[in-house]
Ligand binder design. Structure first.
Ligand code: MBD
Ligand code: FE
Length: 288
C-alpha cells in the first residue's frame, strides 16, 4: 500500500470516527467501555472474528469490482497456513469416528477461456460437526479437517470430508456479547473455506455454501453471494457407494472455479538483475 494512501485513509478514518462520536455524544465512560470491549475481544482471541463479521464482506465486495473469474469470499478468522499435503484419494484429515455425514466435494478449475488450470493447489478448511475449527478451538486434533491437495492435469479435483453445520459464534465471548446487544443471532450458514493457488493465476480465497441451508439469508457476516452456493445431492445407490468404497450414504457437491490469469511480470531491467526501486523522498525532497 503506497504511503500516501495509508496517510489518506488513516486521516479519513480519524475524521469519520470523530464525527461519529460527536454525532452520538459519546461520553468518556462510553468511550472507555467501547475500547475495553475491543481490547477484551483481542485478549480472548476474538479480534479477527469481531472485525471479520462486521467488515470483511465489504472488503471482499470491493475487491471483486472489475474482477474476472470467480468472486473472492471472506477468509474469516480461522485460516491457518501450512495444512497437511494430501495425496489421492484426497481425504481431509479427520478422527477415525469423525461425526457428520460424508461429503464428496468435486469440481473443475479453469481459466477464463475454459482452459484447465492443471495441478492447481486447493487449501481447504472447515468446521467439524460440533462447529469447531482445529488449531483454533480447544479439543480438536491439530489440522483436523484442514488439508492441501492438487487438481489433476485437466483441472479436476475431488476431496472427501464431512458436511459442516452452521457456524455459531461463541455466545459468551466479546463478539457474542456485541451481537447480543444488537439483538442479532450468532450464526453463519454452513460453509467450506478454500484458497486456490497456481503460479500463472491470481490466488483466490473462496467459500462454498449449500443451497437451502439455514442462515443463507441472514449470515451474521453478511458474506453469502449467489455465486458461492451449490446443491448438496444425497447419494445412496450401491454402485455409487462401491465406486468410492463407502458403506453409508453420502452427500456430493459440485462446484467449479474460474481463476484470473496473473498479469505478466513487468520487464526486468539490467540483464536479469532487479531494477533499483524509485528513490523514496521525504517531505523536503530528501531520502527519509
Ligand atoms: C467463520 O467460520 C467464518 O468463516 C467467519 C467469516 C466468521 C466467523 C466464523
Ligand atoms: Fe468459517
Amino acid at each position: 500500500m503506497p504511503e500516501d494512501r495509508i496517510r489518506t485513509v488513516l486521516e479519513d478514518l480519524e475524521r469519520v470516527l470523530l464525527r461519529f462520536m460527536r454525532h452520538h455524544g459519546i461520553s468518556h465512560q462510553e468511550y472507555r467501555r467501547a475500547t475495553g470491549l475491543l481490547l477484551a475481544s483481542i485478549r480472548a482471541g476474538e479480534g479477527s472474528l469481531l472485525l471479520d463479521i462486521f467488515l470483511e464482506a465489504q472488503a471482499a465486495d470491493t475487491g471483486n469490482l472489475g474482477r474476472t473469474g470467480s468472486p473472492e469470499a471472506i477468509e474469516g478468522p480461522f485460516y491457518v497456513p501450512g495444512a497437511p499435503q494430501l495425496s489421492p484419494p484426497h481425504i481431509l484429515p479427520q478422527r477415525p469416528d469423525e461425526a457428520g455425514d460424508i461429503l464428496v466435494f468435486r469440481g473443475r478449475v479453469t481459466g477464463p477461456e475454459g482452459e484447465p488450470v492443471a495441478g492447481v493447489e486447493l487449501d481447504m478448511w472447515q468446521a467439524d460437526a460440533a462447529g469447531l475449527y482445529s488449531n483454533v478451538h480447544p479439543g480438536v486434533p491439530d489440522w483436523n479437517l484442514r488439508g492441501c491437495f492438487r487438481a489433476d492435469a485437466a483441472g479436476w479435483f475431488e476431496v472427501r470430508t464431512i458436511v459442516p453445520p452452521p457456524y455459531e459464534i461463541p455466545k459468551g465471548g466479546p463478539a457474542g456479547r456485541v451481537l447480543a446487544a444488537m439483538e442479532r443471532h450468532v450464526f453463519r450458514p454452513a460453509h467450506l473455506h478454500l484458497k486456490l493457488r497456481h503460479p500463472a493465476y491470481e490466488a483466490l480465497t473462496s467459500q462454498l455454501y449449500f443451497r437451502d441451508g439455514l442462515y443463507l439469508e441472514s449470515d451474521v457476516a453478511h458474506a453469502v453471494r449467489p455465486d458461492c452456493i451449490a446443491s448438496l445431492v444425497r447419494r445412496e445407490g450401491r454402485a455409487q457407494l462401491l465406486a468410492r468404497g463407502l458403506d453409508r450414504p453420502f452427500f456430493e457437491v459440485r462446484h467449479d472455479f474460474v481463476l484470473a490469469p496473473r498479469p505478466p511480470a513487468p520487464p526486468v531491467a539490467g540483464g536479469g538483475r532487479l531494477a533499483a526501486p524509485p528513490a523514496r523522498t521525504g517531505p523536503e525532497g530528501r531520502r527519509p
